[in-house]
Design a protein around this ligand. Structure first.
Ligand code: ATP
Ligand code: MG
Length: 261
């Protein structure tokens, strides 16, 4: 049987303020896959990634990465994991190259190994000309690509990308997709959240849709598209999306013109 990079079982999370972000969410991601978690604002995507990466404490449930219990053996489970958070969290005054090299230091990677690796990552992500630039001198899309380079410096087997293409221009986005695909071809598992459904359609082999903390669909892209049996509704606002977008809207009950907050 194929190994799972991630297995989430009946995950529940209620924040201290009383908001329940996850209501028994379960999903699995086979290793070596490009996986997309889709859902409206506030559905629980970032919370789930936060639990997997140790930033958020779960209320109950289980989570394994490559078969290792992330709650019982968090350090061992997270050794092979990288994360690009939704919100920018870069040292504003640090230089791009130092940010990536310093991250390697947290994993005990010697500088002699980290430096060439950091240079290669920055070049691969289109930041070859910005290695000595400080974060505050980079554009928003460049800062996001710097966060990806930083997340890859420990050569993770599982990479969480929380809306990595938000604010990234079309050409850079395509460059990023191409690069991420080469990682998956090398065996890396990528767990992506995005609000660009065409992006999920292009990249992801498997998809889960989360709504109000619960998984409402989970399977291959074809299996998800097959859930859409009825006629495509004519939206009041006159918009019409791609096939995945139409299934998504039916499953999340979000009218196309609603912010769904
Ligand atoms: N630190 C926190 N404290 C309290 N409530 C929180 C916290 N973080 C998130 N929430 C709440 O948990 C719910 C899920 O939020 P989460 O950030 O996981 O959603 P999301 O699916 O990532 O949304 P988006 O698409 O907007 O990024 C929301 O109702 C949010 O207000
Ligand atoms: Mg989020």
């Amino acid at each position: 049987m194929q190994e799972n990079a991630l297995t989430v079982t009946h995950l529940e999370k209620t924040y201290a303020g009383g908001t329940t972000a996850l209501r028994g969410a379960s999903l699995s991601v086979p290793a070596g896959n490009f996986f997309a978690l889709l859902g409206p604002n506030g559905a629980g995507k970032t919370t789930l990634i936060g639990i997997a990466t140790g930033l958020v404490t779960p209320s109950s449930g289980a989570l394994e990465m490559f078969g290792i219990d992330a709650f019982k053996e968090p350090e061992r489970a997270r050794r092979a994991v990288g994360v690009v958070p939704q919100n920018l969290n870069l040292d504003f005054f640090g230089k791009a190259i130092d940010i990536v090299v310093n991250q390697a230091g947290y994993y005990g990677i010697p500088r002699s190994v980290a430096l060439p690796r950091a240079r290669a990552l920055l070049a691969d992500l289109g930041l070859g000309g910005k290695m000595e630039a400080r974060t505050r001198e980079l554009s928003g899309g460049m800062q996001r690509r710097l966060m990806i380079a930083r997340a890859l410096v420990n050569e993770p087997r599982l990479l969480f990308l929380d809306e990595p293409t938000a604010g990234v221009d079309v050409e850079s986005r395509r460059g990023m997709w191409k690069y991420l695909r080469t990682l998956v071809e090398k065996g890396v598992t990528i767990f992506l959240t995005t609000h660009y459904l065409e992006e999920a359609e292009q990249l992801a082999k498997r998809i889960a849709i989360i709504d109000k903390g619960a998984i409402v669909a989970h399977g291959t892209l074809d299996e998800i598209l097959a859930l859409d049996t009825g006629p495509t509704p004519t939206h009041e606002d006159g918009f019409r999306g791609g096939r995945l977008e139409e299934v998504y809207l039916k499953l999340t009950h979000a009218p196309a013109n609603s912010a769904h907050l």
